[in-house]
Design a protein. Sequence first.
Length: 334
Amino acid sequence: MNASAKAHMFGSVLILVVVVLLLNATSASRSDPPADRQPATVQAQAAPMPAPSSVPQSASQDHVEVISALAQSSIEAANRSAEHTKLVYELALAVVGIFGVALTFVGITNMKSLVATAEKQAHASVNGIVEALKKQIAELTEQTRVTADHAKMLMLETATACRHYNLADWSNYAESRKAYLQDAIKAAGKVREAAKQLSDTRHEAWSYSFEALCRADLGELDVAIATLEKSINCYKRDDASLDYNMACYCCRAGQDDKGAESLRRALAQDAKTGNTLSMDALDEPDFNDWRRKNIYADLVGTELRPERQAHIKEMIADAVRHAMEASAKQAESA
C-alpha cells in the first residue's frame, strides 16, 4: 500500500470518528431531564385547573413554584446542551489537528519518496554518462592503437621499399634485380594501404610515384605512366618532379607529345624555385630518343654534354667491373 492510499484510509477513519461523536452529542442534548424533576412536571400538567373565582392564594403560589421549576429545568438543559456543543467543538478541533498532522506526515513521506526517486534517476543518469564516457574512451583507445599500427606499418614498409630498390640498383644480375624491384612494389602497396587508413594523401601519392619508378625500371612503361597519373591525381598540386618523371616515361614509351608537355610544365614550375631541372634535362639519358629524332632540342638539347657522357661511360665501366668480379667469385666458390 502506497502513501496516498494510507492517507486516504486514515482520513476516512477520522471522519467516521467525528460523525460518531457528533451523533452521541446530539442524542445527549435531546435526552429527557432528570427523573427527580419529572413528577413535579407531570403533576403540574395533570392537576385540574380550578375556576378563577375559586382559586385560593396557596394555589397561586403552587403554580408559581411549578413554573419556576420548569424554567430552572429548561435553563439546566440549555447549559448541558451548551456544554455538549463546546465538547463537540473541541473534539472537532482536535480531529482537524490530527488530520492536519496526518496530512503533514503523508506529505513528508511523499517528499521522501520524491527525493528517493530523484536520487535514483540522478544515479541512473550519472551511470549512463559514465558508461558512455567509458565506451568513448575505449573507442578512442582502439582508434589510437589502430592508428599507431598503421603509422608503424607505413614507416617500416617505406624503409623496406627503399631498401629493395637500392638492392635492385646495386645488383649485377637481372633476375635478382627484377625480384628486388617486385618486392619494392609490394612494399609500396602496403605503404599505400596504411596511408589510406590514415587519410595521408602525401604518402599515398608517394607510393604511386615510387611504384611507377619501379615499373619503369622493369620496362613496364605503360603501367608506369598510368601509375604516375594516379600519384598526380592523388597529390592534387603542382609538382615539378612528378611532371619531369612523366616526361621521362613518355619519351621512353614513344608518347612524345604528352612527354614534351609534361617536361615544359615541369620546367615552368621549377623556374619558380631554383631552375635546376633545365640543366638535368640536358643531361637526362631518358631523353636520348628525342635527341636522336632531333626534336624538342630547346628542352633537352641535341646531344649529351661531354661531362655527362664521361659520367655515363664511367658508370657503365663500373657496372661491367662489378659483374666481372661477381662472376670470378662464383667461379672460385664453385
